[in-house]
Design a protein around this ligand. Sequence first.
Ligand code: COA
Length: 189
Amino acid sequence: MPENSEGRENEQEEIEPVIEYAQKGDCSAIAEVDRDRMLQRLEEHGCPLREFNKEERVEQLKKEIADPNKRYLVLKIEGQTAGYIELVNNTEWVKKFKCKRNTVFASTISVIRPYQGQGNGPKLVERAIENAKDLFGAKYMRANVIMENEPAVKMWQNVGFKQVTDPQPTGGTWDGKPSHTIMMEKVLE
Ligand SMILES: CC(C)(COP(=O)(O)OP(=O)(O)OC[C@H]1O[C@@H](n2cnc3c(N)ncnc32)[C@H](O)[C@@H]1OP(=O)(O)O)[C@@H](O)C(=O)NCCC(=O)NCCS
C-alpha cells in the first residue's frame, strides 16, 4: 500500500543539537571547524589565511582535550560536528589580564557556516558556563573578541557578556580596516 505522504512536506522535524565533551575521535572534525572559520574570515572579511597544518592541529587538540585545565565541548547536529567551544582555567591569564579570581576563559568558539545564525553559539556558551562552574568553580567568564566581528559581539551580548576592556589593535585587519580585540565578561550566577 502506498504510504500516505499528505502533509509531510511541511513536517520539519526539529533536530536537537547534542553537546558533549570532546574525545580523541573528535579532533579531526574540530580541526575542520577551525579550517571553516579561517576560510570564512578570508572569504568574507579579507583576513589573510594563516598557515594551517591539520595534522599538527589534531595532535595539539589530542593533548589539549586531556588537559585538566581545559575543556572542549563539541556541538553535533545529525551526527555532524557543527562547532565547538574551548574553556581554559588559567591563573596566569587571570593575573596577566587583571581579572577577578575565579575567572575562566572561553578561549575559542566556532560554529561552521551552515549552522550559524540559528542560536547554536549561545547553546554552546550556556553549556560552557555550567561546565565552568562545576569543573573550575568559575564565578566569572571572559572572552576575547574581535570588536569588528559583529555576529560574535552580538552573540556574547545576547548571552549577557559586557565589554570590560578598551579596544586593543590586533595588528591585523577586518574588511580592510585595522581590527581590535576587546574582552567581554559575564558574572556567573
Ligand atoms: C560568532 C558565532 C560563534 C555565533 O554563533 P551563532 O550560532 O551564529 O550565534 P547566533 O545564532 O546567536 O547569532 C548571533 C548573531 O549574529 C548574527 N549572525 C550569525 N551568523 C551570521 C552571519 N554569518 N552573518 C551575519 N550575521 C550573523 C545572528 O543573526 C545574530 O544576530 P541577532 O542577535 O541580531 O539575531 C558564529 O557566528 C561563528 O562561529 N562565527 C565564526 C567564528 C567566530 O567568529 N568566532 C567568534 C570568536 S569570539
